[in-house]
Design a protein around this ligand. Structure first.
Ligand SMILES: *Cc1c(COP(=O)(O)O)cnc(C)c1O
Length: 382
C-alpha cells in the first residue's frame, strides 16, 4: 500500500494557534509545568526530586500533595479518599475485576473504552457474565437498577466518540457506581456523592504523562475493597486494591512509580485549584466547546458528530467533514505538516472525522485558531 502524499499547503503564520497540540492523550503538557520539573532539580526549591527514592519524604510529599489537591479539586465528601497505582486506566480495569466487582457488573457500552472494561469483566473467570447496556456511537445509555448487579460501570466521557454523560446513581440501586473518568477528570463537572469510584489516568485533563492510575473512592468502595480482600479470592499483588489502598494512605505506591508523571499531574491540579478549581477548568472547556461546535454548526462542510447538544463532550470534540468536500485524513495530515498535531479521528469509529481535545490545558483561543486553520486547509484543497 502506498500512502498518498500530503498536499503542500502552508497555513499563514497569523492563523496558527500558539500551541498546536490537540491530541486526546497523551495531550498537551503546559510548558510552565515542564519548567517547574526542570526547576525541581534545584535543592533550594525543596528538590532534588527526580532521581530520588519514592520511599522518602520528598516524593511522598509530592504524592500527598497530589492526593490532597485532587480531593480539593473534586470537593470530595468526608470519608472519600484518593488512591493511586501503576499501570494507567487499563490496569485499573483489571484491578477492579479482582477487587471491586463482587459477582456481577453492569456496563454502559457506547464506544471503545467503555467496551474494553466490559470485555475485561466478561473474561474474568471468577465473575458472572456482566450485563451490557448498549447505545449507538454518538449517544449514551443510562444505568438501570438491577437487583442482580453489584457494580455499575459508567464512562464520564467516551473519548472514542466525544460523548459525555451525566453521573447519577440509578434510582433504587444499592451497588457501587464506578466511573471511568480518564478523559473527564479535571475538565467536566460532577457530584462526587453520585459515584463510589471516580478513576482516571493523568495524560488527559491532568496534562501529565501516562502509566499511573488515580481513583477517588467512597467509604462504600473502601468497604468493598476490604471485604473482597478478606474473602480469599486470589488477586495478583500488583492488581490488589487493598495493597494499593494501604500504600496510598502512606503517600506511596506498591512498586516504583514514574516520578515525573506525579509531579506534572500535581502541577496541573495546583494550577486549576489556584485559578478557581473545577468550575474554572470546566468553564474553560465550555468556551473551547462553544468555539468548535459553534463553528461546525455554522460551517457548510463540518457537522458535530454527536447530534444531541446535551451529549456533546466539552473535553473531546468529534467533527464530521462532508466527504464530498474534504478527506479528513488529508486535512489532519496537512495540519500536522503545519505543526498542528493529533486531530485524527478514532480509527475504529471509521468516519470522515476530526477529533479535537478541549482539555483545560488547551487555550480556548487556540481552539478558535484551529477552526480558522481547518477552513484555510479545506479551502486550499478545493
Ligand atoms: C485514554 C482512555 C483510557 C485508557 O487509558 P490508559 O491509561 O491508556 O489505560 C481509558 N478510558 C478512557 C475513557 C480513556 O479516554
Amino acid at each position: 500500500m502506498t500512502t498518498p502524499s500530503t498536499p503542500e499547503i502552508t497555513i499563514p503564520a497569523h492563523l496558527l494557534p500558539a500551541d498546536g497540540r490537540f491530541g486526546c492523550g497523551p495531550s498537551k503538557v503546559r510548558p510552565e509545568a515542564v519548567q517547574a520539573l526542570v526547576d525541581s532539580a534545584d535543592a533550594a526549591r525543596g528538590g532534588p526530586y527526580l532521581g530520588t527514592s519514592h520511599r522518602q519524604a520528598r516524593v511522598q510529599f509530592e504524592v500527598g500533595a497530589l492526593r490532597n489537591g485532587l480531593a480539593e479539586l473534586f470537593a470530595l465528601p468526608d470519608g472519600y479518599e484518593v488512591m493511586l497505582g501503576n499501570g494507567g486506566t487499563t490496569s485499573f480495569w483489571d484491578a477492579a475485576t479482582f477487587g471491586l466487582i463482587d459477582q456481577r457488573s453492569q456496563h454502559l457500552r457506547f464506544g471503545e473504552f467503555s467496551s474494553k472494561f466490559a470485555d475485561a469483566a466478561a473474561a474474568a473467570p471468577h465473575l458472572q457474565e456482566p450485563s451490557n447496556l448498549f447505545a449507538e456511537p454518538g449517544t449514551h445509555p443510562m444505568p438501570v437498577a438491577d437487583p442482580e448487579v453489584d457494580t455499575y460501570c459508567l464512562t464520564h466521557n467516551e473519548t472514542s466518540t466525544g460523548v459525555a454523560m451525566p453521573l447519577e446513581r440509578p434510582a433504587g440501586a444499592d451497588g457501587l457506581v464506578l466511573v471511568d473518568a480518564t478523559s473527564a477528570a479535571g475538565g467536566l463537572r460532577f457530584d462526587p456523592a453520585e459515584v463510589d469510584v471516580y478513576y482516571f489516568a493523568p495524560q488527559k485533563c491532568l496534562a501529565s504523562d501516562g502509566g499511573l492510575w488515580l481513583a477517588a473512592v467512597s467509604p462504600a468502595a473502601v468497604e468493598r475493597i476490604e471485604r473482597i480482600s478478606g474473602s480469599g479470592r486470589w488477586v495478583p499483588a500488583s492488581l490488589d486494591l487493598a495493597i494499593a489502598l494501604d500504600n496510598s494512605r502512606k503517600d506511596q505506591t506498591y512498586n516504583t512509580p514514574a516520578l515525573a508523571t506525579i509531579f506534572l499531574a500535581n502541577q496541573q491540579v495546583d494550577w486549576i485549584n489556584q485559578n478557581g478549581g473545577l468550575e474554572w477548568a470546566a468553564s474553560r472547556c465550555d468556551r473551547s466547546a462553544e468555539a468548535i461546535y459553534g463553528w461546525a454548526e455554522g460551517s457548510k462542510y463540518a457537522t458535530p458528530f454527536v447530534k444531541d447538544p446535551a451529549e456533546r463532550s466539552h473535553v473531546v470534540a468529534t467533527i464530521d467533514l462532508d466527504a464530498a468536500v474534504a478527506d479528513a485524513n488529508i486535512v489532519s495530515r496537512v495540519l500536522r505538516a503545519n505543526g498542528i498535531v493529533d486531530t485524527e479521528s478514532y480509527r475504529k469509529l471509521g468516519r470522515n472525522q476530526l477529533r479535537v481535545a478541549l482539555f483545560p490545558a488547551i487555550d480556548p483561543d487556540d481552539v478558535v485558531a484551529l477552526t480558522a486553520c481547518i477552513d484555510h486547509v479545506v479551502e486550499a484543497l478545493a
